[in-house]
Design a protein around this ligand. Sequence first.
Ligand SMILES: [Fe+2]
Length: 301
Amino acid sequence: MPLLIDDASSQSCSLPEAIEALADLGFDPYDEGSTLEAAAWLKRLTNNREFLSRLLIDRLAGRVGGGSGMALESGYGPQAIVLSGLRGSMFLRANIWPAEQDLCFQTSGAANFVYGVPHDHNFSFLTSGYCGPGYRSDYFEYDYEEVVGYPGEPAGLRFIERSALHEGKLMLYRAHVDVHSQLPPEALSVSLNVMHVDPAQAWFDQYGFDLERGEISRVLSPNATEAFLRVAVANATDEALDYAEWVGAHHPSERLRLASYEARAALGDEAEQDALWRESEASGSRMVAAIATRRRAAITG
Ligand SMILES: [Fe+2]
């Protein structure tokens, strides 16, 4: 499960102070000293019982900012409130966790708040319980290096525990290690996150899991590059096909290699599809080969 960080400090700080300190620090979740220092700032912000309500009231009253120096636009829907822009390797956000009896839960449904959607993360982040009893999670761990990432692949999940992110609790979620399936809190709750941003993370997938079967169920992380490649290949220009052929054989991202084979297979008849998937079985990617074998079996019946 995520690493618990013990910090009993009662010091507090303002949102701008936390943003500046975390930006200067260059939060690195793989460095223990950096993680503890970032967690200390998150705890100080968590101890500030006023900043979030002030910021939300500013927004409701039509005054934006609330000390963050930015408007409260969120790219994550109504559940997430972005508290800072990207500063160095991090940004700050707050997450709202409605309880089952809350109206937004009843109107939007559990899945819109990622309840009951077991997943890992392709980024690390520090989190704190800011207010309320906190969302509950069933926590698991798995070995990312041991899976290749196709739907239906045994994930080797190890159950750790069920616990809640109660007020004042601090944790580090580790990219590609910690898996959780969240349950709504007993009452409306809010968590704060220091999100670590790594430019390479888009090339590493975030997975959804089927807990009953203990398998990877799907890839959750969006990848615009993959969509661009599929659109370009769908138009079947020589340039796009040449580029896609190179991607299929050589690109460091296995997911992009798979997208190349899928996009090109969609252009051909069954014999051409079979030939392409046969080629991909020898492409050097275990994930692509596993999917290719299934696709060939589906073609040949
Ligand atoms: Fe999560």
